[in-house]
Design a binder for this molecule. Sequence first.
Ligand code: BES
Ligand code: MN
Ligand code: ZN
Length: 482
Amino acid sequence: MNFELKTFDLSSAAIEKCDALIVLLGQSFKPADDVLSTLVAQALKAKDLETKAGKTLILYRANGLACTRAVLAGIGDGSAKDVRQAVSAAVSAVKSSNVKKVLICFAALPDAQALRAALVGVAEASYVFTTTKSKPEGRVIQRVVVGVPDAPTFKPVFDRAVAAVAGIEFAKEWANRPANHATPTLLAGAAQSLAKLANITCEVLGPKEVAKLGMGSFMAVAQGSDEPLRFIVLRYEGANKSHAPTVLVGKGITFDSGGISIKAAAEMDEMKFDMSGAASVLGVFRALAELKPAINVVGLIPACENLPSGRAIKPGDVVTSMSGQTIEILNTDAEGRLVLCDALTYAERFKPRAVVDIATLTGACVVALGAVRSGLFSNNEELAAALLAAGESSQDLCWRMPLDDDYAEGLKTSFADVANVAGRTGGAISAAKFLQRFATKYSWAHLDIAGTAWKSGTAKGATGRPVALLLDYLLAAPASHK
Ligand code: BES
Ligand code: MN
Ligand code: ZN
């Protein structure tokens, strides 16, 4: 999809040729005397249209309009949330028709976040996954012109939104791919393809190199599968080497069967999404390549499958992590923390300003926060505040969870330094407490995206979260969180 930003008011929008013109109308809409304004005023007066977000009215070949279809869409108070909902509703209303060129026009000056929400909304509503279809029918909408009263002032915001959409869609593509089309090796290939873009390099480690590093915990998870593990190291260098990087660590379990502690069959297919953290890291790099900000970012992805086999880890097995800490694996389904802990240790070598891991880590987090907010855990107040704020500004929300040491009680065991699971209660927190043991050398945050990374049911599919949150965090970040 191709985005363009142009200056439009309602009278110039009326004479622009396009397949669909989406007019975004806020509560404070004041009609001028152009054709569109008059139509809108009449529809409002007749109560055929409301400015409430999500309300739409479609006009076909209306007199005085050059577009084939016009969708008048309420955006309520004009907030990012309302605009996103409005654009989604408007696009959904016309996307099944032969609509290739769309003009989305703000009747009044939007704020920066609302403009971005319009781009994210149109991308989301028109997204189609085609990779594994024999006769792909992709998205019909090809060109989206965004009309604002004063295009030049919105250019930086617009560029960031376009990059965010590219990142979100890259993440969705990889998260949506079935596990046999997104093996650890293929995921590494995706990372290597990003290294063709500006400022990005990529290094991929295999089983031999990972063994040499002593990543015994990561290797233990991978040993049940015939697919070889991959440890992906991405670097974005937009600033001088002396600038400490932010390290993003993405959980890359390309399929999580649970291993010997096998999961129930129902909905097990959704465990192809268990590499959504990894996909979000790839998405962020995709966006960084477009924006070229003056920062340094490292992306680490431990990628493997979690399967049962004659070589798989068994409940009770004790392994030695790269940090030297021994881990008793009481449940092979708590594999995410086992691959992440070695990546967190590996992250130390970058002397990072902050490390943020992103993982579909626990079902307990889904119970706690549902699909609305990701779980946020951090050992640093400033970092936590920055991530929370980035969640708000990008409408990719998260919520801070506690890390009291008492939550780690259940991880104690007589047979190793730590167990990989605690009791049933507070499961998202005990998982974070496990990770925290490996993140002692830097400011660290953990995003549990188990509830937010994908949708279940009829609209099953990856959401691309939390690419937008991470991008806003990286682009707003001060020098350090020490
Ligand atoms: N990938 C899952 C977490 C998950 C479950 C995400 C359901 C989304 C929906 C993770 O590896 C896992 O299996 N976690 C276990 C941990 C438990 C064994 C302590 C869980 O949440 O059940
Ligand atoms: Mn699991
Ligand atoms: Zn998992």
